[in-house]
Design a protein around this ligand. Structure first.
Ligand SMILES: NC(=O)c1ccc[n+]([C@@H]2O[C@H](COP(=O)([O-])OP(=O)(O)OC[C@H]3O[C@@H](n4cnc5c(N)ncnc54)[C@H](OP(=O)(O)O)[C@@H]3O)[C@@H](O)[C@H]2O)c1
Length: 326
């Protein structure tokens, strides 16, 4: 099969097409003939050498795919050859065939194309766990989401709004802020022009945000504590501005804040199966009804994955970048 590999750590041009053997499904696994693969910021970090694949995972990048079940391992009951699925993978998505655990695959939501379906798993699994399970976001509460126009951000805005929360998003341009508002954010803050702490205080009549989903870290940690409401929950999913910073922890104590975080990729297949089941029950009907949908930025051919990484690193995209495996 053709796959796009990371031949050495470095810039986008280290992503090169090469021939690889088609993998064989083991116990509980299915082989997917990939039709489309989602591109995520962690793929960029893997390419640069700062986010190595967990033990046992493919060395190929790619954390989500959609396609057709081509072979089935022992012990898989749900799927048949020919089924159309979208799935979370621990790696290996940038290829014509990809192995996933059967329980980490979901049916393609009714009416979705393969490219749309490939844009779902990584951000929906991540947002579901971090915003609703770790952050415990409730209807009527306020969510502050940084990087509102990212793949993660566009998913968080839509899901939180659908489940009855008020969303405030931050983003780096007027165009990105407009996109956040169109997706359901009540307020979007261009962080290059406005202080998000003041904006959150203003929008919540001084109360602050109940849950904050943060991928920025650095100087945002202290400011998140300032923007949080009493008993607020701050969930860290990345540190795009660095993981070392100075923080005044007194706000954490006085406001009874919870600061937590997680990474999805190294979690067990059982844990991911639990999120898949939650999403299928609670979110897949919203997708089928088009009440929410992935925001599609650009689609590139798999062979030109380097262009997809270049676009992601320019950071002018809004929503998801996807690779088409024609
Ligand atoms: N923990 C987990 O399980 C998990 C899972 C998936 C993804 N993630 C993380 O979540 C983040 C979003 O992922 P994604 O795939 O949605 O990425 P993405 O679409 O490339 O989004 C990154 C966003 O961050 C904003 N940003 C803010 N400060 C930044 C900085 N200092 N450097 C670069 N970008 C900055 C960018 O836009 P503006 O600055 O213009 O607003 C951009 O919208 C990534 O950091 C990724 O590693 C974590």
């Amino acid at each position: 099969m053709m796959a796009v590999a990371i031949i050495e750590h470095g810039g986008p041009m280290v992503l090169k097409p090469e021939e690889r053997p088609v993998p064989k499904p083991g116990n509980g696994e299915i082989l997917i003939q990939v039709k489309a693969a989602g591109v995520n910021r962690p793929d960029v970090a893997q390419r640069k050498g700062t986010y190595p694949p967990p033990p046992g995972a493919s060395d190929l990048p790619g954390l989500e795919v959609s396609g057709i079940v081509a072979a089935i391992g022992e012990g898989v009951e749900r799927w048949r050859i020919g089924d159309e699925v979208t799935a979370l993978t621990p790696g290996g998505g940038y290829a014509e065939y990809c192995l996933v655990h059967g329980t980490n695959a979901l049916p393609i939501p009714h009416g979705f194309t393969f490219t749309e379906a490939a844009a779902l798993p990584e951000t929906f699994f991540t947002v579901w766990h971090n915003v609703f399970e770790r952050g415990g976001l409730q209807s009527g509460e306020t969510l502050l989401v940084h990087g509102g126009s990212s793949g993660i951000g566009t998913t968080a805005i839509q899901l939180a709004s659908q489940f009855g929360a008020t969303v405030i998003a931050t983003a780096g341009s007027a165009e990105k802020c407009e996109a956040c508002i169109r997706l359901g954010a009540a307020r979007a803050v261009n962080y290059r022009e406005e202080d998000f702490v003041l904006a959150v205080k203003e929008a919540t009549e001084g109360r602050g945000a109940d849950v904050i989903l943060d991928m920025v870290g650095g100087g945002y940690v202290d400011r998140n504590y300032a923007a949080a409401a009493m008993d607020g929950r701050i969930v860290q999913i990345a540190f795009l501005s660095g993981s070392k910073t100075e923080v005044d922890f007194s706000k954490l104590m006085v406001k009874r804040l919870t600061h937590t975080g997680s990474t999805l990729r190294p979690r067990s297949v059982e844990f991911k199966a639990h999120i898949a089941a939650e999403l299928e029950a609670k979110v897949w009907p919203l997708l089928a009804a088009r009440k929410i949908a992935p925001v599609m930025d650009t689609i590139f051919p798999l062979r030109e994955a380097w262009r997809a990484h270049e676009r992601m690193e320019e950071s002018s995209h809004i929503g998801k970048i996807v690779l088409d495996v024609a």
